[in-house]
Ligand binder design. Structure first.
Ligand SMILES: [Zn+2]
Length: 497
């Protein structure tokens, strides 16, 4: 299909004046959403948004059907930006505008002086250009130093005087981000960080279609779907958002972290970069579960700041590092299959610690220490899922009788497996994670290490920093001490756990 190239052609096409003249962006979003609701059946309205089907998505659908400006309230890493970006799915594939117009004027109802003059001169020969959906999405992270000039525009008084224009004429305005989003979606992230004066400007544009720039009134009846995001506490704090602006935001929609470990796994699996080398990658389910439960444990931990939350990016980055550590081992040991182990999760601490905003008590202990404890908690819970009720006495006894085994995270599976087989009662427990003697050595070692790590997490056996598993009583706490010096210093503060 060739698209009309002039205003005359446009009039005679399906982009007729009748259809386009009064159709606002929010009508367009609504129309396309209705089409999607009719045709998608039980399929997702927003593909790739996991775990929000019964909570967030219906509220967004209602907001769009209501033609509301809306705000997503949620902690970091709750897919707020992703949801806002996915709104472009509800825009027409092609939107005609007057070619060369900085604010993408509607060919049938231009608001800028340049385009009105152009049409008066050229009439039906006026050139038409088109915008794709992604060109109609503008995003801005609010910070306190954002100015009216950045967001709305600036006036050049000298240019105005030379051109003989009135100061308030649009011809003298350098457009900011918002006018450039005309006939599209404008997303402002962290709205409460926007200065009050800028919020007033924003409100005026939404309400009246005019705004003051450097004290001069400028008429700018823009057509923009405004969407926002914010941290809930910032947004509800008194004085952060001017009341008239809050009033004009039709819907407040709360986002949340995954409700279940399985939903978390689905998101992490979708987002983490795992399709990499030629070697075959097998991530055991229990490894995925432990990684996900680190985030769950962190969200409940009182040493972690509740206000800023624990982003879903924690398990995602963690998974990527876990796979990398396993990949590194496989390359070094020339293994054909990459199977992550729980020790790879401890090696992924750099992907965890930076994502934790610690409270004072956590700061005192150090991010590394808190991170290790979270991993251990996650391992204990996951272990219980698979092995509760299993009799592990034989294994524990093997260690109590003086048995020791080192499973370094760089050790190849073929090296470690014979020694693991010597531990009576260990390998036959692996049926609980669907691993048997016919599976690859990589799978067997990973699963056996899971059992030992689980027993260690429950303090039934010991493990030191060289990853040597031993009997529990001999050196009960040595294994979990990242900083000897600090430990001594804060020993008295340690809670009993
Ligand atoms: Zn224009």
């Amino acid at each position: 299909m060739t698209l009309p190239r002039t205003l005359g052609e446009l009039r005679r096409s399906s982009f007729s004046e009748e259809i386009l003249r009064t159709r606002r962006v929010k009508d367009e979003l609504r129309d396309n959403l209705i089409t999607r609701l009719r045709s998608s059946g039980e399929g997702p309205i927003f593909p790739g948004i996991v775990g929000y089907d019964d909570t967030v998505v219906p509220q967004i659908v209602n907001a769009i059907l209501s033609r509301h400006h809306f705000i997503l309230l949620g902690l970091r890493g709750q897919a707020k930006s992703r949801i806002l970006r996915s709104l472009t799915l509800l825009l027409d594939p092609q939107l005609p505008y007057i070619a060369g117009c900085e604010i993408h004027d509607n060919p049938y109802a231009p608001i800028c002086g340049r385009c009105r003059e152009l049409i008066a001169k050229c009439g039906d020969a006026t050139s038409i250009a088109y915008l794709a959906p992604e060109e109609r999405y503008v995003e801005k992270l609010a910070t306190p130093d954002v100015t009216i000039a950045d967001l709305i525009g600036d006036i050049d008084p000298i240019k105005a005087a030379r051109g003989g224009h009135e100061l308030s004429s649009e011809l003298t305005v350098h457009y900011g981000l918002l006018p450039r989003a005309n006939r599209g979606i404008f997303a402002i992230n962290e709205l409460p960080d926007l200065a009050g004066k800028i919020q007033v400007g924003l409100f005026n544009i939404m309400q009246e279609g005019d705004v003051q720039i450097k004290g001069y009134p400028v008429r700018l009846p823009l057509d923009v779907a405004l969407v926002f995001s914010a941290n809930p506490e910032d947004y509800t704090a008194r004085g952060k958002i001017i009341t008239p602006l809050k009033d004009r935001i039709g819907s407040e929609i709360r986002t949340h972290y995954p409700a279940t470990v399985d939903e978390g796994i689905a998101i992490t699996t979708q987002e983490a970069w795992s399709a990499r080398s030629a070697a075959k990658l097998v991530v055991p389910k229990y490894v995925r579960e432990v990684i996900e439960r680190i985030a769950f444990a962190a969200r409940e931990d009182k040493r972690v700041d509740k206000r800023s939350g624990v982003s879903q990016r924690l398990p995602i980055s963690c998974m990527e590092n876990v796979i990398s550590n396993a990949e590194r081992r496989a390359i070094r040991r020339d293994e054909k299959v990459v199977v992550p182990r729980l020790s790879d999760i401890y090696s992924a601490l750099p992907a965890i610690t930076g994502k934790l905003e610690l409270e004072y008590e956590g700061e005192m202990k150090g991010a590394d220490f808190v991170g290790r404890e979270l991993i251990r908690t996650a391992i204990a819970k996951t272990y219980d899922q698979y092995f509760s009720g299993a009799n592990m006495q034989q294994i524990v006894q093997w260690f109590e009788l003086g048995g020791e085994i080192q499973i370094a995270d760089g050790a190849g599976a073929a090296e470690v497996l014979p020694a693991l087989r010597n531990i009576q009662g260990l390998m036959d427990k692996l049926t609980r994670v669907n691993v048997g003697p016919k599976d690859t050595p990589e799978m067997q070692v990973s699963a056996a290490e899971f059992v030992l790590e689980g027993l260690h997490a429950h303090k039934r056996i010991g493990r030191n920093e060289e990853r040597v598993f031993t009997a529990g009583e001999k050196q009960p706490k040595v294994a979990e001490k990242p900083f000897e010096r600090e430990e001594g210093l804060y020993r008295s503060r340690r809670p009993l756990n």
